[in-house]
Design a protein around this ligand. Sequence first.
Ligand SMILES: [Zn+2]
Length: 256
Amino acid sequence: MNGISILMYHQVGDFRRVKAHRAVFCHQRRFAAQMALLKRLRCSVLTMDQVLACVAGDLAVPPRAVAITFDDGYRNFYDTALPQLQRHGFPATVYVVAALVGRTAAWLPADGLAAAPLMDAAHLRAIRRAGIQVGSHAMNHLPLAGLAADRLATELAGSRAALEDLLGEPVRHLCYPYGSHDLAAVEAAARAGYASGVTCQRGLATRAFDPLALPRKAISLGDDLLGFWWKVGFKHRPKGVAVSRPLSLEGGVIHR
Ligand SMILES: [Zn+2]
């Protein structure tokens, strides 16, 4: 089964000296080389709308299919990653923490990291005009697994409504903070109206996955170009068990 390699980035910048949590940083020179490699090897870089169509079986998976995602909505996406994406004409999706637009990533100091600035409303409108898709990274960057139903609704439906209000367009794509999700969170995401959801489970996204629990590949500070291409590689199989809503058959059509 053909799959899509959904790449996961967080911060892109001049981060050579980072010692801990290296999976959430990418050096800007490496990022530029990675994007150039995707171009040189003629990868098909998809939007999350196209990923969704592939996973639903409405669109054939093109050869060397990749999607590029950025978690948290850092200001350095705007300053550093966006120009490289634009240089190659690549689409990407940025997952924004709805209650922290224009503020800082307040959860990072607990992990011993600097509270990096996040994009504000003007940045988000500007990246939309540049063709970047904006998705939700929930309301407050909380782990969603095990959360009570009312908190789940605030985090998922609330963040979607806030971002739609800010952008004036539908927000259909979700990224679970810390990748934390369980069946209740996935079902709450469906009720909140999301069409896709990405996790931190490592693997290729295929039709075997629930579209609201798609795996990704984390690109880390330590990945040189060979390591990057090995991770992008289209043969990885997922590790662990993916969360999936039960299938039901209604009128001869399979529904989640
Ligand atoms: Zn995050």
